[in-house]
Ligand binder design. Structure first.
Ligand code: ADP
Ligand code: MG
Length: 334
């Protein structure tokens, strides 16, 4: 598409060359052709399906103007890789569409450093993109692959399945509240190590790719928890036409969250957002196999409840009584 040229000496092309091409860096074999031509070329494993996902991060909406660029580079790719993990897919490569208000080489170098560090760890090369002037917007499309029939789809939960959660939720929500100076978060009086752990969870989520791929074909339904545990489980329940009973006391609690009031703690655990953990459903016969997969992946998993034929999400206390929980997840258009 023709655009009005940028005033910089070699504008858009110089920027792409300086920051998003990597001379001497060899692409993994699935990336037959990367940045620099009209299209990239990907070679999936014969007989496999593509898994494709796109996520956009907008300044002021998903991150603050003073966000560290390397952190942002990591997170831009991490949230997309998390979608591949949630489907059980193996990453093949990604494209990056950037709108930038101005060319700031220091910022771009930091952004590229964070982005490529994560990309290289997962052998997921940058294969193309688009660059334009505009309000700071970062959009990644990630391409992955999986064996037909093995995807962890949202519509595959069945009554009687166990509900599992990887890692633990809530720390990113607490970090957000600490940054906003919310009284309830400051009142927790976290020590620097605990607060730091929360901030890292918010800034540098680790996509659960190893776990997700190992669960493909073993677990049935799956989703990554980005908008809160309850809301995201709700997507599985709706798509599958089922309900769930979750044990409040089964939810794993980070040390930082222990310091909150019971109500705030539950709100973080259940509605937090930005967790990028995997929530998945599997028949009880798979329990031992799932525990072994989690051990091998180095990612803890916890059984937090079960899928029911009766629709709706019910929270049970230690006595098995149904409890009403506060608040709800974040919806950009609510
Ligand atoms: P076209 O006009 O054919 O769409 P562009 O001028 O937009 O091509 O891009 C030139 C090349 O640089 C293409 O290979 C494109 O994929 C790549 N590219 C553009 N912007 C980015 C970016 N932000 N990151 C990585 N590759 C990019
Ligand atoms: Mg283009």
């Amino acid at each position: 598409m023709p655009t009005i040229p940028a005033p910089e000496a070699d504008g858009e092309f110089g920027l792409i060359r300086r920051h998003f091409t990597r001379p001497g860096h060899t692409l993994p074999p699935q990336a037959v052709l990367g940045v620099g031509d009209d299209c990239a070329l990907l070679q999936p494993t014969p007989g496999h399906q593509f898994a494709i996902s796109c996520d956009m991060l907008v300044e002021g909406r998903h991150f603050l103007p003073d966000a560290d660029p390397a952190t942002l580079g990591h997170k831009t790719l991490a949230v997309n890789l998390s979608d591949l993990a949630a489907m059980g897919a193996r990453p093949l490569g990604f494209t990056l569409a950037l709108a930038l208000p101005a060319v700031d080489d220091t910022w771009l170098a930091g952004f590229a450093r964070g982005l490529f560090a994560l990309a290289d760890r997962h052998a997921c090369p940058l294969i193309g993109g688009d660059t334009t002037r505009g309000p700071l917007t970062l959009c990644v499309t990630v391409f992955g692959e999986l064996a037909p029939g093995s995807a962890l789809r949202r519509d595959a939960a069945r009554a009687g399945h166990d509900v599992w959660l990887s890692g633990r939720t809530g720390e990113a929500r607490l970090a957000l509240a600490l940054r906003a100076g919310d009284d309830w978060a400051l009142a927790a009086g976290l020590d620097p190590a605990q607060a730091g752990a929360c901030h890292r969870r918010m800034d540098a989520p680790e996509p659960r790719l190893v776990l997700g791929q190992a669960l493909a074909g073993v677990a049935h339904a799956g989703i990554d928890v980005s908008d809160g545990l309850a809301g995201d489980l709700g997507h599985i329940l709706t798509a599958s036409g089922v309900g769930a009973e979750l044990q409040i006391d089964a939810l794993p609690v980070a040390p930082a969250l222990e310091r909150l009031t019971a109500t705030r703690r539950l709100e973080c655990l259940v509605h937090g957002g930005d967790d990028y953990e995997l929530l998945f459903c599997a028949p009880p016969e798979q329990r031992a196999r799932i525990e072994a997969i989690a051990t091998q992946a180095g990612t803890p998993v916890t059984r937090i409840g079960r899928i029911t034929a009766e629709p709706g999400l019910r929270w049970l206390d230690a006595q098995g009584a149904v409890q009403t929980l506060p608040g709800r997840g974040f919806d950009h258009f609510a």
